[in-house]
Ligand binder design. Sequence first.
Ligand code: GFB
Length: 402
Amino acid sequence: MQWLKMKLRFVNLILLLISSACAQLGGDPNGYLTYCPCMGRFGNQADHFLGSLAFAKALNRTLILPPWVEYRRGELRSRQVPFNTYFEVEPLKEYHRVITMADFMWHLADDIWPESKRVSFCYKERYSLQQEKNDPDKPNCHAKDGNPFGPFWDTFHIDFVRSEFYAPLHFDVHHSNEAAKWQAKYPAESYPVLAFTGAPASFPVQLENCKLQRYLHWSQRYRDASKDFIREQLPRGAFLGIHLRNGIDWVRACEHVKDSQHLFASPQCLGYKNERGALYPELCMPSKEAIIRQLKRTIKNVRQTQPDNEIKSVFVASDSNHMIGELNTALSRMGISVHKLPEDDPYLDLAILGQSNHFIGNCISSYSAFVKRERDVHGFPSYFWGFPKEKDRKHSNVHEEL
Ligand code: GFB
């Protein structure tokens, strides 16, 4: 009897070692999941990333971390930037199993995802822009049609042999037993990799997934660069980070405010069910005067409430007009200097905004939302332009800090 028990324990130990070796090598018996971050720029992709991470965990599949998709002026094809250029991979593993797309494709794909098994997943048929490719008898995801779809999968020489339409399944794993349905319909043995034409996640990020931001840690390069800038370029003392989203694309986007309940990241200040109010134009595009008023008010508030840690400078991040001249003129009498990066760098801007003592962002922008979530993780205060509405603010005691 004793001998039998020992033998069983030994067998168990061997099985455990084999499964952990498999997991370490990346040979996940539960399968993999990946997608093209084909919608929007960084803020949109980051929202989608958090949802996809939660989805992969719910399905118990390893998430293959896709590169970030970037667009450069004058270039016809998107650029794919490795996930770990901006963020560390290790901290994500505290939440769930992940592997970079490069590691997966170079070390595991030949065995786990041979060319004959490369199926692209989309909700229902997607039509190609090239009419001749649309065959009514052979509906297709056309996963590589157009930019960034083609360039994205081409980065790793991925072609698909077949399309799979997953309707009516969806990605909300927080309010139903959807994960079990996915697992039943697509077992890992027959579908080693679920490769989605777009992110398996909603935009804006679902409320339940916002907290996953804590697993996104800036890479050493961005941590160093942001610390160096703050130490070397800003005066000693507290600084206020602000995001001015005011390029021409934004002007056009803000025109949709009048016909919408929500726009892009607006739930971050208005609530997912508009419980903190309806949309209004100043939330999207505050006037220069309103920006200066809010800046002065915030700086004065901090002086009164935190006299030991007064704001000494303002750091401006913007896609277009940093308003450096106007802001310096408006704030110099308060002894505040205004700064920006010498060269455009959206990621360094984000990393610096994440570390400011106070932050004012644009409620509608998903770029601002990234900063707000990161600051929430650290308990740093954030505010939004034009929120609450100026007239509401006068008539109520609503605390501006969210
Ligand atoms: O990040 P994103 O999806 O945020 O797209 P929104 C805006 C892009 O503009 C960023 C640049 O990824 C940056 O490349 N950008 C914005 C900035 N703000 C800054 C900044 O402060 N500094 C620097 N250096 N660059 C939405 C899009 O943008 O805008 C929607 O996601 C749509 O898809 C809409 O296009 C018009 O949510 O602000």
